[in-house]
Design a protein around this ligand. Structure first.
Ligand code: KIV
Length: 276
């Protein structure tokens, strides 16, 4: 039994004690192991994998089987962090029964400890049903990438007053509905920092922000943004703590040069015949 293991219940304690929650996305064994060893609290196998791993321009085409494939790799690497698997577009919207079956696979086949769903009031009944079957749910409101077509792109939400989708008062209602339905935490993505602060202050469950300012109970970044592993675009809210795209390119160019110059392999990289 790993006594350092982060459990669902620990996140509530962290909020109560004012200890920020550090969360990152991960999609494979090596990075998940690096993040876990470095002390990350929550690993999310995000459907962002459609964009940052598969190279698509939205998350919409990601399937349950693809999230499962990556979740299994991350689960093998993880020792301490809480593991959350994202529910892809149309894997939970059609019916609560379908949502239970798909979410259940994330726990049974993927080794996840919780699932994440995008949406607020409209999916509260489904969240309630999942939680009732002991499938812990992390909510996700604000800029929800699965709503890219309704939002007209990846746009900051909550700037306009009102009760329509993505409006200020509606986001407060969405957060309250998710909490009432039993979500154990809520991701706040792409909303003004003041609004995120208000939701966080009213919420009895931890909020985890991405592009939502410093008042949230925790922060999450897509690992490629945190590590500088993107070719060019870096969203305003992200901070690269390394320059892996650049460094990997420089390493590859050095390798290519040494192969062409016959500088690699050097004698120390060669096997020799055994002496007779
Ligand atoms: O899919 C994802 O990576 C996410 C995070 C950005 C929260 O939903």
């Amino acid at each position: 039994m790993n006594k350092d293991k982060v459990r669902i219940t620990d996140l509530a304690t962290m909020k109560a004690e004012g200890r920020p929650i550090a969360m990152l996305t991960a999609y494979d064994f090596p990075f998940a192991r690096i993040f876990d060893q470095a002390g990350i609290d929550v690993l999310l196998v995000g459907d962002s994998l459609g964009m940052v791993v598969q190279g698509a321009d939205s998350t919409l085409a990601v399937t349950v089987d693809e999230v499962l494939y990556h979740t299994r790799m991350v689960a093998r690497a993880r020792r301490r962090a809480l593991l959350v698997a994202d529910m892809p577009f149309l894997s939970y919207q059609v019916s609560a029964e379908n949502a239970v079956l798909n979410a259940g696979r994330m726990l049974k086949e993927g080794g996840a400890e919780a699932v994440k769903l995008e949406g607020g009031i409209l999916i509260a009944d489904t969240v309630h049903k999942l939680v009732g079957f002991d499938i812990p749910v992390m909510g996700h409101i604000g800029l929800t990438p699965q709503s890219i077509h309704r939002m007209g792109g990846h746009r900051v939400q909550g700037r306009r007053a009102g009760h329509g989708p993505g409006c200020r008062e509606r986001l407060l209602e969405d957060a309250a509905a998710l909490e009432a339905a039993g979500a154990f935490a809520i991701v706040l993505e792409g909303i003004p920092a003041e609004l995120a602060g208000e939701i966080t202050a009213r919420s009895g469950v931890p909020t985890i922000g991405i592009g939502a300012g410093p008042s949230c109970d925790g922060q999450v970044l897509v690992m490629h943004d945190m590590l500088g592993l993107s070719e060019s675009f870096m969203p305003r809210f992200a901070k690269p703590y390394a320059r892996l795209w650049h460094d990997a390119g420089a390493a590859t160019a050095a390798y290519v040069r040494e192969v062409r110059e016959r500088a690699f392999p050097a004698p120390e990289h060669c096997y020799r015949m055994r002496e007779a």
